[in-house]
Every structure is written in structure tokens, then in C-alpha cells.
Design a protein around this ligand. Structure first.
Ligand code: GCU
Length: 616
């Protein structure tokens, strides 16, 4: 089995495993956000010219054909495409540079942390290359303790968003290829010996056992570590093993389990002999039994919605708390209890706010359609990216699913690739449910039902299907006759359905090419009718919350760059289908509430006793 490497190339390009600092926002940090000098390097000449040295003429005879001063200025964080019209379609290299003074660290260690840089980057500090990273949607860091001066450090980031066949995503994908330093940049200081990683959560099944694992920066045994959860009266002492890892199973009783309806988070403090880290953690049970998904021992129906990490009104990447609030508030109004964060890991503001607001999350890396599954280097790259995602968000109880692919075609190399992705997730987190979205359901004209023949579903906890009935596929029979026989014995989730509509365009409810709200509304009604005939359906996720930008889309209705499948327009206006979906989710929620009131937990799972709640 190929191991799943976690590697940020540092020290001039040699790979070394470098775990991500856990919970940087709970650390002592300084943001390097703001206005950076920038150079658009259309022919990729900057390395030859050594722009990363940021040299200035020292006498009358010297000159340099670049400068980070007095020229282009770009905002960080933000994609560069939305910052000036000339960069709207730009794919290539942009150099960013800025100076900074080192925060007072009195003997602490200093890390440079990037929330994300899209798509590939090289990091230079004071003229020296210190790191490189590939992947536009996961954080990475590099230690700079011994590389910084007190004053006037100069940081240069080479960013390139050119698509390549071995990239993830590869050459074509249905969203805008935003490039740039698209998330926060931080200087994070930690003690010499610090808490490098922690993983604290409720057991998958047992509601009275908290599993805690704390990893220190030094692989030394016998160091005292404590996990405290004051509200639960927990102060669990542990000691590290020879790998610097301390772990414990903590018994608790009076726990309020996190759920979308009651997103309870607890203050957790992790201390070692030299470090202290504060966290907010939710505790919930999550498992699959048969065709049901159980959250806190109750079967749950996933009222999901997807959104891209994009604010359509400003035609750019979302990156802030305010952006997260806009997107998640719109999802809450829809009555959703889950978000499929499409098609890539999204920023920490969104993930943490979703947890606070009460959304389950499906997170995925952009293994989207045409990936070079035969390329082992691509497989290792994908393994690293998926591990960066899992390491970053494994303490977020709202994360329920790790998604390992979207719309991949059946093949042996694809199967091996996806098994590797699943293993990379399980290596770090054996608790989340593994899923993937497929567009392989076909109508069988003999048996008159919808089927999928692909053995890959056997490795999944939940099978997800993208199916555009009424849009890419016409109805072979009336929606109320459409019976599905897909993945019997497993929970099935409709991870995408829908069609395009221009907000404000009405009439022509029968005409697909009208792009009318009425056509889209009827399409939604028809699909919701079909969903009643999917016996193992356990959730739906319309594609998509908001109209979004895509170079795939050429029609005037699409304005030459918009995918109009949003329930909400690019200006935030709700289309007719939004109200249809909102009513459907409200109905699902009411039914679930009734069941919970009078239901009992499932038959004993893993032989655990459960008291059935008192009948109302
Ligand atoms: C696919 C894909 C989406 C895409 C959608 C569409 O299912 O997963 O990323 O945007 O179809 O065509 O609108």
C-alpha cells in the first residue's frame, strides 16, 4: 500500500513531513493581510531575474527591471482575477512582495502560515527560497524562527494558477480558476516546545467517551499534558509516549451532544509543560447502520445545499468571516442542516461558522472528473492534499463526510486512486463517513428503474449521486413513476440536481432553453417527486445555492461566464425554485421532529444499552 505522504517542500525543495499547526486562530498570531506589492509575470521571467531578492540600485550604474514599490498593489487575501479587469481571465504567475517586522517572540518559535494560495506557490524570505506548495485550497506553513530579522524582513510569494494535466483539479472544471493569495497570511508564534496537533472528539458510537490525542512538537516521553473541559468538570492528565503523543479515553456523563438544532460547543483547554491552546469543540455521535445515517442515535435526513467559495456580487473568492456569514445565512434561511462545500476545502471562517450555526459538512478536495488517475505522482499529491484537509478540520464536529471524488468515470486506476484517498483520510481520522459523488446512474429501459453498476460504491459509507433529470437528462417516464434501485443496503444522497434559470425570466415553463424561473421551478417539483421513490434516500443537495462563475458557460443567458443553476441569483435574488426547496426542507424538518419526539434510538448498536425516551 502506498503511504499517504504529507509534505510541504521546504528548505529549497526537499520534502519533509511538516504537520500543520492546529488551531492557528487560537494561537498568538499577527496577520500579514493588506496591500502587497505585485508583479504580473506573463512570461514567467521572475526567477531568472531573481525578483525575490527585491534588489534596489546601489549606485548610478545599477538598475533592475522590476520593483515591488510604486507599481501594482494587490489585496491579500483575495484572488487577483477580481482585483483588476486586465486580470479577469489571467492564468499565469503573479509575484507578491511585502516587508514586515518580526513580532516580539522572546525565544518562541515563529511560523509563516498561509490559509491557501491558488494554485502553486514558492515562498521566499529575505531573498532565500524557504518553501513551495501545490494545491489551491489547503493551508500550509513553514518555520522561520532562524530566518527572520527584527526589522524589515521581505517576504515574496510567487503564485501561479496555470492549469496542468497533473494538477488537482486538472485542465477543465466548472468554476472560475481564481489565482492568488486567497486566504489569510499569518505569523504564528509558539513556545520552543509546543502543542503541534490535537484530536479531541466523542467516540463514533458511545455518548460517554471522549477520545483525546495530543501531539507535542518534541518526540519525548513523560511530558505532562492536560485536557480540560471545565463545563464537564473534566481535567484529564496524560503523559507523552516516546513519540511525544499523549492520549486518553475520557469518561463523561452530562454531555450535551452537538447537533444542527443545538450546536453546542465546549471550551477546551489543552496544556503541556510549556504551551497552552484554547479550542471550542462540539461532541456528537455519528455512524451508519444499514441504510440510515445516525446522528446522536437518531436517523437523520440531510437537508443539504452546496456553494462554491465565491461571492458572486464581487465576482471573487470568499475569504472572510463576513463572506462566510452571507453564504451560511442564506443556507440557514433555506432550512438546510448540511453544506456540501464544493468542490474543494473552504476557508476556516466558513468551517467554524458552519459548526457554530449548526450545519453538518461534507468536505472534499477537487478530484473533479478528468484527473490523471494513472499518474502515481498525482495520486501522492492528492493524498497530501486530502491529508492537509483532514488535519485542518478533524476537530470540527460539524464535518460528517470526507468526499473523495466528484464524477469520476469507472476504471481500475480510478478505483485504486480512490481507495488510496480513503486510506489517506482514515490514516488520520477513522471516524468520519467516507463518500463520493458519481454521475453514473442510468435508466434501465428493461427493468424501468434507475440503476448504477460500479463496484466502487462498496468502499463508501454513503453513496452520493449527481443526477440532472430535466436538465442534462430528459425524463424517460413520469417523475412519480421513477423508481431507483441504486446502492441498496447503503444510505443514498442526491449530491447534485437542478437546472439553470435567469432571475426575473418568467413563462415558458415547458421550454428548457428559456432559462426561465418557471422551468427551473417545475424541474425542482419533478425531482422532489422522484425522490419519494428512492427507498434508501437519506438526503438531498440541490446544485447550487448561488449562481457562480465558470469559463464553461458561453450562452448570453449565462452572460458568457455564469452557471445559472443557483437557487439565488448572482445579485442575491431568490428564484422561484428557492421557495420550493425551502418548503421541502421545512416539511422534512417537521417530519424529523415528529419522529424524534416519539421515536426510540436504533436497535442496539455494538451491544450498547440504550434507554428508550419516555413516550410523549
Ligand atoms: C456537475 C459538477 C458540477 C457542475 C455541474 C453543472 O455535476 O459536479 O461541478 O457545476 O455538474 O454542470 O452545473
Amino acid at each position: 500500500m502506498i503511504t499517504c505522504l504529507l509534505a510541504v517542500s521546504v528548505l529549497g525543495g526537499k520534502s519533509q513531513a511538516q504537520d500543520l499547526l492546529s488551531n492557528v486562530y487560537g494561537r498568538d498570531y499577527q496577520l500579514l493581510n493588506g496591500k502587497w506589492g505585485a508583479i504580473v509575470d506573463l512570461y514567467d521571467q521572475g526567477e531568472r531575474m531573481q525578483v525575490y531578492k527585491n534588489r534596489k540600485p546601489q549606485d548610478n550604474k545599477q538598475f533592475y527591471e522590476y520593483s515591488f514599490d510604486g507599481g501594482l498593489v494587490l489585496n491579500v487575501p483575495a484572488d487577483f482575477n477580481s482585483q483588476m479587469p486586465e486580470l479577469k481571465f489571467y492564468e499565469g504567475t503573479v509575484w507578491y512582495g511585502r516587508s514586515f517586522d518580526t513580532p516580539k517572540t522572546d525565544g518562541k518559535r515563529l511560523f509563516l502560515y498561509f490559509g491557501a494560495v491558488s494554485y502553486r506557490s514558492k515562498i521566499y524570505l529575505n531573498g532565500e527560497k524557504i518553501a513551495s506548495h501545490e494545491g489551491g485550497f489547503t493551508p500550509f506553513q513553514v518555520e522561520i524562527t532562524d530566518k527572520v530579522k527584527q526589522k524589515d524582513n521581505f517576504l515574496v510569494v510567487k503564485v501561479n494558477n496555470t492549469r496542468t494535466t497533473d494538477a488537482i483539479p486538472a485542465m477543465s472544471f466548472d468554476w472560475w480558476n481564481y489565482g492568488g493569495i486567497t486566504r489569510d497570511v499569518m505569523l504564528v508564534s509558539v513556545p520552543q516546545s509546543y502543542i503541534k496537533d490535537h484530536f479531541i472528539q466523542l467516540d463514533k458510537v458511545q455518548s460517554n467517551l471522549i477520545r483525546a490525542k495530543v501531539t507535542l512538537s518534541e518526540a519525548k516521553p513523560g511530558i505532562n499534558v492536560q485536557v480540560a473541559i471545565p463545563e464537564l468538570g473534566i481535567r484529564q492528565n496524560m503523559t507523552t509516549d516516546a513519540n511525544g503523543i499523549a492520549q486518553a479515553t475520557i469518561k463523561t456523563k452530562k454531555l450535551q451532544r452537538w447537533s444542527p438544532d443545538a450546536p453546542k460547543l465546549y471550551d477546551v483547554t489543552i496544556t503541556s509543560e510549556s504551551d497552552r491552546l484554547n479550542e471550542q469543540i462540539g461532541f456528537r455521535n455519528l455512524y451508519v447502520k444499514g441504510e440510515d445515517i445516525y446522528l446522536n442515535d437518531q436517523p437523520i435526513f440531510l437537508r443539504s445545499i452546496s456553494f462554491h467559495e465565491e461571492i458572486p456580487q464581487r465576482r471573487g473568492r470568499a475569504f472572510s468571516e463576513a463572506d462566510a456569514t452571507m453564504l451560511l445565512s442564506e443556507a440557514k434561511e433555506l432550512g438546510a442542516n448540511m453544506i456540501r462545500l464544493a468542490h474543494y476545502p473552504q476557508n476556516e471562517y466558513t468551517v467554524r461558522l458552519a459548526e457554530r450555526m449548526g450545519f453538518l459538512l461534507w468536505e472534499e478536495i477537487p478530484i473533479w472528473q478528468g484527473i490523471d488517475f494513472k499518474n502515481t505522482a498525482t495520486r501522492e499529491k492528492a493524498g497530501r492534499m486530502i491529508k492537509e484537509m483532514v488535519i485542518s478540520d478533524k476537530n470540527r464536529c460539524s464535518v460528517a463526510f470526507w468526499g473523495i471524488a466528484n464524477e469520476t468515470a469507472t476504471s481500475a486506476p480510478r478505483n485504486e486512486f480512490l481507495k488510496h484517498m480513503k486510506q489517506c483520510c482514515l490514516d488520520i481520522d477513522s471516524t468520519r463517513l467516507i463518500t463520493a459523488a458519481f454521475d453514473l446512474v442510468r435508466f434501465n429501459r428493461e427493468s424501468r428503474d434507475f440503476e448504477m453498476n460500479d463496484s466502487i460504491i462498496n468502499i463508501l459509507d454513503m453513496v452520493a449521486i449527481n443526477k440532472y433529470m430535466g436538465w442534462y437528462h430528459d425524463w424517460p417516464l413520469a417523475p412519480d413513476q421513477a423508481v431507483w434501485n441504486v446502492a441498496p443496503g447503503k444510505p443514498l444522497f442526491i449530491s447534485e440536481f437542478g437546472g439553470e434559470a435567469l432571475y426575473g425570466k418568467h413563462g415558458d415553463a415547458e421550454v428548457k432553453s428559456s432559462w426561465s424561473e418557471d422551468y427551473q421551478a417545475q424541474l425542482y417539483k419533478d425531482n422532489l417527486e422522484m425522490f419519494k421513490h428512492i427507498p434508501n434516500l437519506r438526503g438531498t443537495s440541490p446544485w447550487i445555492l448561488l449562481d457562480f462563475r465558470s469559463p464553461f458557460r458561453f450562452h448570453p443567458h449565462q452572460g458568457g461566464e455564469w452557471n445559472r443553476k443557483g437557487l439565488v441569483s448572482d445579485q442575491g435574488q431568490r428564484k422561484k425554485a428557492w421557495y420550493i426547496m425551502r418548503d421541502y426542507y421545512n416539511q422534512q424538518n417537521n417530519e424529523a421532529q415528529n419522529k424524534t419526539l416519539h421515536g426510540c434510538p436504533p436497535p442496539d448498536l455494538y451491544g450498547l444499552e440504550r434507554a428508550c425516551p419516555r413516550k410523549e
